[in-house]
Design a protein around this ligand. Structure first.
Ligand code: NAD
Length: 445
């Protein structure tokens, strides 16, 4: 099949490359000229395991091509996948300007009937708005060409995006058009061989499913963080409690790891957008709002502890904190809404310095904070520690899990760790003379 994908971010590029890899012919379109120029040179603008190989291989075979022209993108195929960003606007609602700009371009340029597939995460009712937009652009040309708009939300996870796309848990298609349904079945047939993963439903149900899934996962994280904060005050150990509840199959172990809060480009914005959608229909989504509030509070935990330990915010002036982990989660360089940012910004405000190391998000952090005088990027995890007053951990990268504590003690000024991801056994650190703060467990010193 011939397919056009609008947007070459995490979702668009992975979608385009994976569809090309199974034999479809894919044209990826982006308005960012620089991104497209780099992609044509085989350079991947994001860190995503397996993606570079996939893009190079399929670009090399001619299955994957790139353009900055809306007209070429629309002409290329009758299947137009929209995977552009839907960032929050100033009210927290999803900003639909990019999705609707693509809809407009499709309506303005199409010369044959199209299926417009909305893969971006969009509030309920957006597929209807997209259809209105395409129809208006067609009407302005006096055209009566037909088209369908299909909701097809994406569930891939950054850091495992290629694998998730290739082996999806489910493929959701929201449409009431039999023709669109058949075309979508054909598109995804190569990913649907083992067992039937297709779930067909009404467009609005499909749109809401994406928000419900992210809100559910965010709820689990905020829930365990709430229990962790209680555990600390009650003299319980959240790691024991986590295993105790996770063993119940109705609860399970996924997404109940306590920490410094969720970040990334999806959970924060989607939870926020869902509360705004609820307000628009006159419903107060109290649970979802609480999930957001608990998460915001959780992101300040490490700073509060560091400040309390040193005797208050003023005492942090001129202190140096080594920071392991910048990305919002391992295996990505995505810094959007990362808890590390809340910590670093609070430390700088207090006059402290941060010497940070992340296996892949260093450059992205330099792009964001390169001008900040209190920011220094270390080339490896141990040199981040040199003469620092403490170590803080924000991301659970594998390489932080079993470090050489003797080496760490030699480099740090104090045997002092503020661990936002519960990577270490407190007793072991206590026996080695460390002061160790983690989440939902009594500090050891
Ligand atoms: P992104 O910000 O990484 O990329 C969006 C891309 O769209 C950018 O390259 C931008 O230049 C391009 N763009 C903007 N306007 C355009 C236009 N008119 N024509 C063509 N390209 C245009 O975004 P992302 O992380 O890939 O997310 C895309 C959508 O998918 C969002 O709605 C997001 O919520 C959703 N989503 C993201 C993830 C994820 O893990 N990142 C997972 C599932 C769903």
């Amino acid at each position: 099949m011939r397919v056009t994908v609008f947007g070459t971010g995490y979702v668009g590029l992975v979608t385009g490359a994976c569809l090309a890899d199974v034999g479809h012919h894919v044209l990826c379109m982006d308005i960012n000229q620089d991104k497209i120029a780099r992609l044509r040179d085989g350079k991947i603008p994001i860190h995503e395991p397996g993606l570079e190989d996939l893009v190079r291989r399929n670009a090399g075979s001619g299955h994957l091509t790139f353009t900055t022209s809306h007209a070429d993108a629309v002409a290329y195929s009758d299947l137009q996948i929209v995977a552009v960003g839907t960032p929050p606007d100033e009210t927290g609602a999803a900003d639909l300007q990019y999705v609707l700009a693509v809809a407009e371009a499709i309506g303005a340029n199409m010369q044959s009937p199209k299926i417009v597939v909305v893969k971006s995460t969009v509030p309920v009712g957006t597929c209807d708005k997209t259809a209105e937009c395409v129809a208006a652009a067609l009407g302005a040309r006096g055209s009566t060409l037909g088209f369908d708009v299909v909701s097809n939300p994406e569930f891939l996870k950054e850091g495992a995006a290629v694998a998730d796309f290739q082996r999806p848990d489910r493929i959701i298609v929201g449409t009431n058009s039999a023709h669109a349904r058949n075309v979508m079945a054909e598109l995804y047939e190569p990913f649907n061989r083992n067992h039937d993963r297709m779930l067909y439903m009404a467009t609005r149900s499909s749109e809401l499913t994406k928000y419900a899934a992210n809100a559910m996962l965010a709820t689990r994280i905020s829930f365990i963080n709430e229990i962790a904060n209680l555990a600390e005050r009650l003299g319980a150990d959240i790691e024991q409690v986590r295993r105790g509840i996770g063993s119940d199959p109705r609860i399970g172990y996924h997404f109940i790891y306590p920490g410094v809060g969720y970040g990334g480009s999806c959970f924060p914005k989607d939870v926020q957008a869902l509360t705004r959608t609820a307000r628009e229909v006159g419903y107060h989504a109290g649970l979802i709002e609480a999930v957001e509030a608990v998460n915001a509070r959780q992101k300040t935990q490490l700073f509060d502890r560091i400040a309390a330990h040193f005797g208050g915010v003023d005492a942090l002036k001129d202190k140096t904190v080594a920071l392991w982990g910048l990305a919002f989660k391992p295996n990505t360089d995505d810094m959007r809404e990362a808890p590390s940012r809340v910590l670093m910004e609070a430390l700088w405000k207090a006059g402290a310095k941060v010497r940070a190391f992340d296996p892949v998000a260093g450059e992205e952090t330099r792009r964001l904070y390169g001008e900040e005088p209190g920011f220094e990027l270390a080339p490896d995890k141990y040199s981040a520690l040199d003469n620092a007053d403490a170590l803080a951990i924000c991301t659970e990268w594998q390489q932080f899990r079993a470090p050489d504590f003797d080496e760490m003690a030699l480099r740090l000024r104090n045997r002092l760790i503020f661990d936002g991801r519960n990577l270490y056994a407190p007793e072991r650190l206590r026996d080695d003379g460390w002061t160790y703060f983690s989440i939902g467990r009594a500090p050891v010193q």
